[in-house]
Design a binder for this molecule. Structure first.
Ligand code: BTN
Length: 259
């Protein structure tokens, strides 16, 4: 049972705890379609039974072990073309939380996975709804592995418990997460985009380093190449310089890191 009292002015000011649900993103979506709720309202569960991940994947996690929550935001100040700034602010909020609980080798993997030593500790699913040229509503879903002891998915994963050998209080970790997200959201609202981008790059996995990537061609075939990440453009596409010096911009789903 959660008892979160985050010291925040938007994100987590109001917290709805549900013991079990299919997906906190879906629960929150249902809630906003039925009634008017305050910006920042956060749905937390201890047992998410049909969690959704990026690329249509499932997000699986043990009950009572991890943070699974979704926040309702209304970032009307963000133009549709700048949507990626939300990913940047949210990734940094999660990054801040993990680094304050565990300090070694935490990285943000574009677009917004958080890794410790190349193993995924957190997944973020941001679902934006547009009205004209602006974002009207945004549902920010976060799955942060805290006390889970083992993983058997098809990518290397970890939890704070696996890294530190210590169980952590979920109320405390959730509170910290909401406070960090709130802080980063305020920076975004205040237009501190350059600062947020700089910090995102400072902590980005493989930024300006050579790595192996796999690109999906329009005919569905896949090709591996070595390249260097140069940055992320305004549309959220990653820019990679290939060995032949050609620079290509890839949207999410068009390229992945191979590691
Ligand atoms: C990913 O694939 O990396 C994104 C995973 C996002 C999981 C979180 S858990 C809370 C929220 N509810 C969901 O159904 N998904 C997100």
């Amino acid at each position: 049972m959660y008892k979160i009292s985050a010291n925040t002015s938007i994100i987590g000011k109001s917290v709805i705890y549900v013991p079990s649900c299919h997906s906190t993103n879906d629960y929150l979506n249902q809630l906003i379609s039925n009634k008017v709720i305050e910006e920042g309202t956060t749905v937390v569960t201890s047992d998410q039974t049909k969690g959704r991940g990026q690329r249509g994947n499932a997000w699986e996690c043990q009950a009572d072990s991890n943070i699974t929550l979704s926040c309702f935001l209304q970032p009307h100040f963000i133009e549709a073309k700048d949507q990626f700034t939300m990913n940047i602010a949210v990734s940094l909020g999660v990054y801040d939380t993990i680094t304050s609980l565990y300090s070694s080798n935490v990285k943000i993997k574009w677009p917004n996975d958080i890794l410790i030593d190349n193993k995924k500790i957190c997944g973020i699913l941001i679902e934006n709804y547009l009205s004209g040229r602006k974002i009207s509503n945004s549902i920010v879903g976060i799955g942060l592995n805290i006390n889970q002891t083992s993983f058997n998915g098809n990518f290397p994963a970890t939890s704070l418990f696996i890294e530190t050998g210590k169980k952590m209080n979920l109320n405390y970790a959730s509170q910290l997460l909401l406070e960090n997200l709130d802080k980063r959201y305020h920076q975004l609202k205040n237009g501190e985009i350059d600062r947020l981008k700089r910090e995102y790059y400072d902590n980005m996995f493989w930024f300006q380093e050579e790595g192996l990537f796999e690109e999906v061609n329009p005919d569905g075939t896949r090709e591996r190449f070595n390249g260097v990440i140069l940055g992320v453009n305004d549309y959220g596409c990653i820019s990679i310089a290939k060995e032949n010096k050609e620079v290509k911009h890839y949207a999410f789903k068009e390229v992945k890191h191979i590691y």
